[in-house]
Design a protein around this ligand. Sequence first.
Ligand code: CP3
Length: 334
Amino acid sequence: MKTPIYECLIKNKTKTKPIWFMRQAGRYLPEFREIRKLNPNFINLCLNNVLSSEITLQPLKRFNLDAAIIFSDILMVPYGLSQKVNFKKNFGPKLGDINLEKISKVNEMDFINKLKPIYKSIKNVKKNSILKNKDLIGFVGAPWTLLVYMINKNSPKKKLVKDFFKDDFLIKKTLIILEKFLKLHIKQQVKSGATIIQIFDSWAGLLEEKKLSNYVYEPTQNLVNYVKSLNVPVICFPRKIKNYKNFCENVKPDAISIDYNVDPKLIIKEIKIPIQGGLDPKILLSDKENLKKESLKYLNIFKNHPYIFNLGHGILPETDPMMVDYLVKLVKDY
Ligand code: CP3
């Protein structure tokens, strides 16, 4: 029996509209906040396979979603490469200095051992009967977005620092190391039971057009080809880039996840592969009537196109779970 997302991604079926959410496990859920309160160290929480499995399943216990996404973070890879990673309250991630000599010396076994609880968590979740006929999504950050965090050491907000590209040697070496360990991380997730891989490129939109090829298209395409070689579908989310058509032609993912700046009416004319997402997560903070109107807009436009319902970025912590419930039911009844 094939899952609804598989039917959409691989068979390009348009009849059912599967649904899941980026950040579906997170601070908008009281049951997550309860666990989080007792576990102030976010990295340790990601490395606690019992709790991370429980958190992964929390949204599925509430809503009829078509996939679970493993509770972890894209910054677990820099952590596995021995760079310091901290999450400060109301600030976001804070990384230590990048040390090329140190990250060059990390060997594959040490990396896998450090991240083993994530793989264990995938195995735990996979065994749960709630996942019957549903997918389990594994993920990685795209090389570019991870490079941004590793060099910038925190979220770049709106633009890159002026001298970001000054150390060409450091950048080239780091990208090579990232490619190797991202493949390893993908392989371990798939081996443990992940049935889809999503590649998050949250900061793709920071790059000028002429730099996309070297920093986004090429390194991401290498990962996409690798996931495909494992016989697993791959979804890319190159947030805020201007030309999604160019991205798809160069990188060739199985599906493309769009951000909320993308006009769905235009994108459907340009892109032939399955599309995911788009709805502005802020719409979930308004009222049911508006949420219905805005979600129907996406559902109607993508009526005859393979489409996975999702948002244009992660669910906001202020979101009322009742609104999420309403949206899932609306999509399921469509
Ligand atoms: O989607 C899911 O439910 C799965 C888990 C997941 C998390 N982070 C958990 C998380 C996934 C897929 C991510 C990806 C991620 N992490 C991205 C790419 C997607 C995006 O949002 O653009 C990025 C850029 C990160 C890095 C990161 N992690 C930031 C910038 C922050 C702090 C900002 C924030 O929203 O708190 C995190 C922390 C984080 N990752 C939280 C969660 C649930 C919040 C932790 C908390 O409870 O304080």
